[in-house]
Design a protein around this ligand. Structure first.
Ligand SMILES: C[S@@+](CC[C@H](N)C(=O)[O-])C[C@H]1O[C@@H](n2cnc3c(N)ncnc32)[C@H](O)[C@@H]1O
Length: 215
């Protein structure tokens, strides 16, 4: 029987000190994350407006969340995850671009996609083209994305599957692991993508990551 979810041992230890986030299943963003991942109907026009307005408001203070430890899971996934080299990477929910620079060295081009204009305005304009768009309806051709990256960002399973090339990969990262407001464990990401996908997952620092591929 083939292994659908392979777990790699942790290499980057949990850092000392306090995490900045402590969300659980009752957090509104967690509820939204689950609703969106489980059904296209979960992403209602009302929720879309609420999410866009919330992140527009949060944008001015977002970069205070920067910090090397926040990048532990991203760096670990880029090093150990079974990701295609080069090609077109689409960072969904790229925010102010805190993670975009780390991705740029692994891709031929990174597209930084976000729903919030205020978040995107604060992202650097010399690292990745910035696209104001909705992850539920990406402005890219079918099968044109080699890696779809979602770091603390919602999962739109059908649109991710449409946008990704047949041999493409979905990189899912939660920088505070299960304490991240927008979080799903690897097995739930796999379940949301449906049959025909397999995943490699691990933990790093406070974070968790999974790379999913077809076949
Ligand atoms: C928790 S923030 C994460 C930002 C960045 N990835 C980080 O870790 O610093 C989530 C981001 O996803 C964006 N977002 C929410 N819904 C989206 C959607 N449907 N399409 C694209 N971006 C979306 C928000 O505007 C916000 O910038």
């Amino acid at each position: 029987m083939s292994v659908v979810l392979e777990r790699l041992d942790r290499e980057i230890p949990v850092p000392p000190g306090e995490r900045t986030t402590n969300a659980d299943e009752s957090h509104p963003m967690r509820k939204a994350t689950r609703a969106i991942a489980s059904s296209p109907q979960g992403w209602t026009p009302e929720l879309r407006s609420q999410v866009r307005d919330l992140f527009d408001q949060l944008a001015p203070g977002w970069n205070t969340r920067a910090g090397e430890q926040r990048l532990d899971a991203v760096h670990d996934a880029l090093e150990r995850g079974p990701l295609p080299k080069g090609g077109t990477w689409l960072e969904l929910g790229s925010g102010t671009g805190l993670m975009t620079g780390a991705l740029a060295g692994h891709a031929d081009v990174v597209l930084a996609v976000d729903l919030s204009e205020q978040m995107l305005r604060l992202a650097p304009d010399d690292v990745a083209p910035r696209l104001l768009a909705d992850g539920a309806a990406l402005p890219v051709p079918t099968g044109s994305v080699d890696v779809l990256v979602a770091i603390n960002a919602f999962l739109f399973p059908a649109e991710a599957a449409r946008a990704l090339a047949a041999d493409g990969a979905l990189l899912w990262v939660n920088t505070s692991g299960p304490h991240t407001p927008i979080h799903l464990p690897a097995e739930d990401v796999l379940a949301a993508m449906g049959s025909g996908w397999h995943a490699v997952a691990s933990e790093a620092g406070w974070g968790t990551w999974a790379v999913l591929r077809r076949g």
